[in-house]
Write a protein that binds this ligand. Sequence first.
Ligand SMILES: Nc1ncnc2c1ncn2[C@@H]1O[C@H](COP(=O)(O)OP(=O)(O)OP(=O)(O)O)[C@@H](O)[C@H]1O
Ligand SMILES: [Mg+2]
Length: 257
Amino acid sequence: MQKEKQDFIIAILIGTLFVLLFGLISFLVIANYIKRKRKLVLEKEIYEANFQQAVMRAQLEMQEHTFRVISQDIHDNVGQILSLVKLNLNIISAEQKENETFNNLKELVMNAMSELRDLGTGYHTDRLIDKGLLLAIQHQLHLLEKTGMFTISFKSELTTMNLDRNKTIFLYRMIQESLNNIVKHACASHIRVSIFKNDNETHIVLEDDGHGFSRDTSEFKAGIGLSSIQQRASMIDARVYINSAPGYGTVVNFVFK
Ligand SMILES: Nc1ncnc2c1ncn2[C@@H]1O[C@H](COP(=O)(O)OP(=O)(O)OP(=O)(O)O)[C@@H](O)[C@H]1O
Ligand SMILES: [Mg+2]
């Protein structure tokens, strides 16, 4: 009787051990499966993010190329036509010296040529970038000041920035878009640009005293500009902070190394 009881207990113990062992093996197999699946999902996500970045980079490079081609075309074609108009005006100007309409016409052509030159240099990234980001920004600000719509203040702790070409172009385009937004949306009268270093990082801060905006209001309509600023920033390891509120103007801070 005692022996039977012992056998029975041993059988139960062995059975329990088997069940436990089976449970443990099943758990390990399932855990391993989940781990591998997670790894695969993560790898897929990384692959997709890299692919997305490559597509975006290609799109932006194409955009840069298009800018260059268009600016070259405008500069060469329209510039040449205006030069011819000016030449013809000069030929007949001897007879029309006292004609007011003629003189106005001549002045308009001169203005158009000078605007065209500015437009040419404005879009002509190559020439601007060769001068460096600081001068390129100052050039843009000078164009804005010349419109008479804004007063500008510019303060920089830095005299040069040693950035690689891609970073310079991306930052320049991001700043250009922020300035465009001021022109298009802000109704500002003053633009302030400050450039300084903090904790080994460079800050470029653009402030306007316009009417500001909030993404949470129904009037806000997202365009391509703000999201392309964020996309470009992520591609060059920069950060962009946009602080704005209706009635309080807008501050855009670009931070990069
Ligand atoms: N400096 C600013 N002052 C006031 N509102 C601004 C300013 N910058 C952006 N906004 C607001 O944010 C919105 C989104 O800007 P975003 O640059 O994305 O688009 P957009 O300028 O309207 O069009 P796009 O840039 O695609 O030509 C603008 O429509 C505007 O309402
Ligand atoms: Mg915009």
